[in-house]
Structures are given as structure tokens and as C-alpha cells.
Design a protein around this ligand. Structure first.
Ligand code: HSE
Length: 349
């Protein structure tokens, strides 16, 4: 079968960007055989510049070794370009898809927002693990994508390996979603589970989550409930076709939760989980993120450690819950790869 080739540029080379580059290198042959899709990594852009291949693909093993040994993408021999920005790069090379993995920035969405706008101006599709630009400038980015006939996929920004959008948009097509409840953040679920099952302290559990590479670069985003809120906003906007912003969601995180609180919950026969929820009251959409005491038979009560889950209540398909999809750099990378494959197979959602 003739292959469709997609040239990729990764922006951001932290845990997720590196895991994605490794995954593409490992699986490109399988992806080509199975889906007729040839993925080629053209460039990686990070804070100090870029590594660029003008022919073929970048040598991913060499790049990962170089960066893993303390180097930066822009200092790798033959490919490195110190100071080269994504925008400048686009005037030199042609690529098909931006893989956006720079850290989530909730002040102005940068540098991800500029990357996305520049990519769309150059008619590139986008797969994003970065939530900042999408929660802050959802309509602006989506409208430009539509005007440019480009696609944006954001599974990796909406709980990654847990298929929240795929279920909401594909599997529940034609049904009315009446409410959404989710455990959307692996770090906080990991902390609460360790506190509940192992009586571990909050501080130790957070440190372990950071070591596992699942906490955000700024872990306040996790523990104060902001990451859950960001994902909820993206899911609600995509699945319910809304245009809500961050200030529409009431948020309480878990930084104030003590072992005493956990013990009280256990004494009540309940389980404490950080839940992101959207529901309708008299036709009005309500949104909240808060630690919530769940009955043990609640569909989200047994979701433990870095696993996540989403439960949709619908009018015609009843309750549909999907769980699993542990938070991990590999899970986020796999969600980016899934989106790339589905973008090539099905076009836009
Ligand atoms: N920090 C997030 C989590 C992963 O713990 O689930 C990226 O969204």
C-alpha cells in the first residue's frame, strides 16, 4: 500500500516530548505497515534552539542520548541550530504536523499559543499535550484552524491515555450528555490513594509522583485542582460544544487534605477523590472541581493510584464509564501517536 507521509515538528523536549520521539522511533515501521502512515521527525524545538534535519528523519537515538547526557537539542552536532525559534524554522522547512509538548502556561499560554498560531498559518495540523493555549484561547485557535482547513487533536491534553474525547465525541454520538464526572489527574489520585491505602503522607506521595514524571512541571497545577479544571474545560468545550473559560469552574484542590480527613472519610465508609464535574441544573451548566466523598459503589471509587476515569451520564445510552489510562510520559506520548494516526485515518473530529 502507498504510504501517506507526515513530517513532524516537536515543540518542547521534556518528559513527554522525549517519550513521544522515542515511541515514534520504535513504532514507525509498525505504524506504516498497519496504517499506511509514514511518520518522520523533521525537527525538535526547545528553549535554546532547534535540532533540524533537512533530509530524512532526525536520528532520534542520537538526539535522546545527547539530551540525556546533559546536552540540549540545539547543540547536537550536524543538526543543532542555537537560537532558532519555531517560527524561524517554519520559513526554512516544510512540515505537516506540530506536536506541541511545551509546559502548560496559564498566564498567557506561551510559548504554545505562538507555536499553534504559526503552525496553523503554515497549514499544519496540530496534536497537543499542552493545555494552556487551548483553555485560554480555544475559540481563537479553533477558528483559525477552521479557516485554514487544519485539524487539532488534543487527547494528550485531556487525560492522555484515558480516552475522554474519543468516547465523548465518537462513542456517544447522537446521545445527549447530561453530566460528566471525572478523575482527570493522575498525580492527585496517586496522592489520595497512597494516603488512603498506605497512610502515606501527602508530602511523600507528591514527591514520588514527581519522581515518576507524572506531576506537572509546576505541581501546584496538579494539587490545587487546576490541571483537573483545565481538562474539564477542554472536555466540556469539545464534547458539549461550549465556550467556557477557567473562571467558570469553581475549584478546590487537595493541598489542604490531611491524614485526619482521610481517616474520617474511611470511618464514614467512603473514599475521597478529586472529582471534576459538569452537570445541568434547570438547563444551566454547572462546573466544579473538588475533593468529594464517594460511596464505595460509585463508578469512580475504585480508580486508584495514577489511573484516571471519566463517567458520562447520557439520555439514551445510560451511564458510560471508562477507566484506566494511567498518567505517565509514555501514556501522553501514546495519546499523541493515537491522535496522529486517527488524524491521518479519519481527518477531523
Ligand atoms: N500532571 C498530570 C497528571 C499529567 O498527573 O495527570 C498531565 O496532564
Amino acid at each position: 500500500m502507498a504510504s501517506l507521509k507526515k513530517r513532524l515538528i516537536i515543540c518542547g523536549f521534556g518528559n513527554v516530548g522525549r517519550a513521544f520521539a522515542r515511541l515514534v522511533a520504535e513504532r514507525c515501521r509498525l505504524v506504516e505497515e498497519r496504517y499506511g502512515l509514514k511518520l518522520e521527525l523533521t525537527a525538535v524545538v526547545d528553549i535554546g534552539g532547534a535540532a533540524v534535519s533537512n533530509h530524512d528523519a532526525l536520528p532520534v537515538d542520537e538526539l535522546l542520548f545527547h539530551v540525556g547526557s546533559g546536552g540540549s537539542v540545539e547543540t547536537i552536532e550536524r543538526y543543532g541550530h542555537p537560537g532558532l525559534s519555531f517560527k524561524e524554522l517554519l520559513s526554512q522547512v516544510k512540515a505537516d504536523v506540530l506536536v506541541e509538548t511545551t509546559p502548560t502556561n496559564l498566564s498567557d499560554g506561551e510559548p504554545g499559543r505562538s507555536h499553534m498560531l504559526a503552525a496553523l498559518e503554515n497549514k499544519m495540523d496540530i496534536v497537543s499535550a499542552n493545555k494552556g493555549p487551548l483553555v485560554l484561547y480555544y475559540k481563537e485557535i479553533l477558528n483559525l484552524a477552521k479557516a485554514q482547513a487544519c485539524k487539532i487533536y488534543m487527547s494528550a491534553a485531556t487525560a492522555a491515555a484515558l480516552p475522554t474525547l474519543d468516547v465523548g465525541l465518537i462513542c456517544l454520538a447522537g446521545a445527549d450528555v447530561l453530566s460528566i464526572e471525572g478523575i482527570l489527574n493522575g498525580t492527585t489520585n496517586y496522592i489520595l490513594t497512597r494516603m488512603h491505602l498506605e497512610k502515606c503522607t501527602y508530602e511523600t506521595a507528591l514527591k514520588d509522583a514527581q519522581q515518576m514524571g507524572i506531576a506537572e512541571t509546576d505541581p501546584t497545577l496538579d494539587v490545587e485542582g487546576f490541571d483537573t479544571r483545565n481538562k474539564l474545560v477542554l472536555i466540556v468545550n469539545r464534547v458539549l460544544n461550549k465556550n467556557i473559560g477557567l473562571s467558570d469552574v469553581e475549584v478546590t484542590g487537595i493541598s489542604g487534605v490531611t491524614i485526619d480527613d482521610i481517616e474520617k472519610t474511611i470511618a464514614n465508609g467512603k473514599v475521597l477523590k478529586l472529582i471534576g464535574a459538569a452537570w445541568f441544573e434547570k438547563g444551566e451548566l454547572k462546573l466544579r472541581v473538588a475533593p468529594s466523598e464517594l460511596d464505595p459503589d460509585h463508578p469512580l471509587a475504585a480508580v486508584n493510584y495514577s489511573e484516571k476515569a471519566i463517567s458520562y451520564l447520557t439520555d439514551s445510552m445510560g451511564r458510560v464509564t471508562v477507566s484506566g489510562g494511567k498518567s505517565s510520559p509514555l501514556g501522553a506520548a501514546a495519546a499523541l501517536l493515537k491522535d496522529l494516526i486517527n488524524l491521518a485515518r479519519f481527518g477531523g473530529l
